[in-house]
Design a protein around this ligand. Structure first.
Ligand code: TPP
Ligand code: SF4
Length: 327
């Protein structure tokens, strides 16, 4: 009997230093418990790395490597290649924030996917650089207040739109890419399990509300995360080989105001003419995402585009097969 079966074992254990209500800590706990301790975890610099490995201590009960901000996917590529060279099938998992994914880590991630490494890359998307004091990232939605996009006389917060990273990643036509969030655990679990059942590069973008940076009540992390989905601002989707193969439909659409009024990062938008324009823009973006993925349609049939299901083999390549099937 494995000694780990005799007591409760979490890959990310208690005693770390996350803020209370931290969506990233919840998401990492959920994801790593589904994958389990028999994996190699590579962690880019960011809140998750800092609050779990404080001053010679670690909250990780699994093999865990800290990489720099930019190169987590390159480190994972090397680990995976070494595993393969040694005939081992140990899962390799990257964890990174949106800064380490959308911005500084993007070229390494693109290279890892293009080379077909057998790695799951998980982005805990809290929509800013939280670890260093809530600076805007390319994941921060427009009109949000951060320390580097302060609203004032000349601006209503961040000028630029949130980068559509799932589309960029899916454009690599890799086996699996999906979005998830902490409010929908069964959906998150199914997506992690599906990702782990496949070979090749896989990607999960997990929306992870940050009470400190989003300035919401720490007790409302799940509610905020659910509203991101129900408003259409953060669609839950799955893409295989570049094509949409699944969406979580909505019974009804909630107005974006229901979501943004819970968060201090949007507070400056209420009560001003310019703010009202930005709220309408956020609503238009949510409406467009709902139309794009058919979230209010009852019967859209998603099928994988077979033209994209190219079997890639050989050095660094991957085949579109489930783990355990012969290649
Ligand atoms: C190349 C480089 N630029 C900047 C930094 C400083 N830095 C460390 S963590 C971080 C922000 C991390 O943000 P994100 O990846 O979104 O993770 P979060 O802390 O929000 O979870 C920054 C800017 C760095 N370590 N390396
Ligand atoms: S700053 Fe945000 S992401 Fe970082 S530990 Fe606190 S709640 Fe979590």
């Amino acid at each position: 009997m494995d000694v780990r079966d005799t007591y409760r074992h979490n890959v990310l254990t208690s005693g770390h230093r996350a803020c209370s209500g931290c969506g990233e800590a919840m998401a990492a706990r959920m994801v790593t418990d589904i994958i389990g301790p028999d994996a190699v975890y590579i962690n880019a610099t960011g809140c998750l790395q800092v609050f779990t490995t404080h001053n010679q201590q670690s909250a990780w009960q699994a093999p865990w490597i800290h990489s720099v901000f930019a190169n987590a996917a390159a480190v994972a590529s090397g680990v995976e290649a070494a595993m393969r060279a040694n005939g081992k099938d140990t899962p390799v998992v990257v964890q990174a924030g949106d800064g380490g994914t959308f911005d500084i880590g993007l070229q390494c991630l693109s290279g890892m996917i293009e080379r077909g490494h057998d790695v799951l890359f998980v982005c805990y998307d809290n929509e800013a650089y939280m670890n260093t004091g809530v600076q805007r990232s390319s994941s921060t939605p427009h009109a949000v207040r951060t320390t580097t996009s302060p609203p004032g006389r000349l601006s209503e917060g961040k000028h630029h739109l949130k980068k559509d990273v799932i589309s960029i990643i899916a454009a690599h036509q890799m086996p699996y890419a999906a979005t998830a969030t902490v409010a929908y655990f069964p959906d998150l679990k199914a997506k992690v399990e599906k990702a782990m059942s496949l070979k090749g590069p896989r990607f999960l973008q997990v929306l992870s509300p940050c009470p400190l940076g989003w300035n919401h009540d720490a007790a409302q992390t799940i509610q905020v995360s659910r509203l991101a989905v129900e408003t259409g601002l953060f669609p839950l989707v799955e893409l295989e080989h570049g094509a949409v193969t699944g969406v979580m439909r909505l019974a009804r659409q909630r107005p974006v105001e229901d979501y943004i009024k819970l968060q201090g990062r949007f507070k400056h938008l209420f009560g001003s003419k310019g703010g009202a324009v930005e709220i309408r823009h956020l609503q238009a973006l949510a409406d467009a995402r709902i139309r794009r993925y058919g979230l209010l349609e009852a019967d859209t049939e998603w099928t994988t585009d077979t033209a994209n299901q190219v079997q890639r083999r050989g050095r660094g390549g991957y085949a579109r097969v489930s783990k355990g099937e012969s290649q």
